[in-house]
Design a protein around this ligand. Structure first.
Ligand SMILES: CC(C)(COP(=O)(O)OP(=O)(O)OC[C@H]1O[C@@H](n2cnc3c(N)ncnc32)[C@H](O)[C@@H]1OP(=O)(O)O)[C@@H](O)C(=O)NCCC(=O)NCCS
Length: 252
């Protein structure tokens, strides 16, 4: 049996032996049909749930089975939503602080107690935000794309005779965990990584897949690995106008 994430044979258009559109990613039932799948599920077959070429859906099932499958899918989706909602309610209080209109993916990875978040923040889907000995501070009006990574520190790797994996928290120095600050009105593109010691200045945009290793000045657009500022978001006059609108009563 082959397990993998891509078919070994190229997909051909109009090929009756290829997965049909309704089967989505096309990995549900093998030629032996759902009976074998159920047997494998019960037996704990390791390939179930992966892209398993023995398990490719090859012929459309009977209409009646499609109806059952769709109903089952609705039930599973509802159960999944309920689980996520429960997890969200159960974990939101573990953040150090959070403001109004805080949106976070309950299935993301967070070091909750070291993360504080302002108002109107959306952390996107599946972020990884970890700071064990420092903090991740996020302002107001911040939006993340999917799968953003924020790292509050580094492993220590400079002690001769000690493998990195054996370095304990007690052996770390202040400069190994500097934390991250993301100021107000920032958009972080999908898959971006923000490393410790970085402050993303107010009003900035971080491009998708960027790796931010140094602080980014306010109202900058920064892209790439390592992230570099490619231009300003606004002219100076626009920044003043923008700040007057967003922060009335405060001097620009
Ligand atoms: C950063 C971003 C907003 C800039 O958009 P833009 O103003 O339209 O920028 P442009 O397309 O004009 O690109 C400007 C330059 O930066 C480069 N660039 C843009 N985005 C880049 C990125 N993510 N990584 C590397 N280079 C990038 C372009 O190639 C271009 O280079 P050039 O001047 O040498 O041709 C956008 O490219 C981006 O990364 N968006 C994130 C999208 C995302 O993650 N969405 C998730 C949903 S929230």
């Amino acid at each position: 049996m082959t397990l993998g994430c891509a078919p070994t044979a190229p997909l051909r258009a109009n090929d009756p032996h290829q997965p049909t559109a309704w089967s989505g990613r096309g990995t549900i039932f093998g030629e032996a049909g759902p009976g074998l799948v159920l047997t494998r599920l019960v037996a704990g077959w390791p390939g179930v749930g992966c892209y398993d070429h023995d398990m490719l859906f090859r012929t459309p099932p009977k209409r009646s089975f499609q109806v059952i499958a769709r109903s089952l899918n609705i039930v599973c989706d509802a159960a999944s939503m309920a689980r996520r909602a429960a997890r969200g309610y159960a974990t939101v209080g573990r953040f150090a602080a959070y403001g109004s209109n805080f949106n976070f993916d309950p299935d993301g990875i967070y070091s909750y107690s070291t993360i504080s978040v302002g108002d109107d923040v959306n952390l996107g889907s599946r972020p990884t935000m970890l700071a064990t000995r420092s903090t991740i501070r996020i302002g107001n009006n911040v939006v993340f794309g999917p799968s953003v990574t924020v790292r509050g520190g580094n492993h220590r790797f400079d002690i001769v005779g000690v493998p990195i994996s054996a370095v304990t928290d007690e052996m770390k120095r202040f400069e190994d965990d500097l934390g991250v600050v993301i100021e107000d009105d920032v958009w972080v593109g999908g898959n971006a990584t923000i490393l410790h010691g970085v402050t993303i200045g107010r009003g900035s945009v971080i491009g998708g897949n960027a790796v931010v290793v140094k602080s980014i000045p306010p109202y900058s657009i920064a892209v790439g690995n390592p992230a570099r500022v490619v231009r300003e978001r606004f002219s100076a006059a626009q920044v003043i106008e923008h700040e007057r609108a967003l922060y009335p009563g405060k001097r620009a």
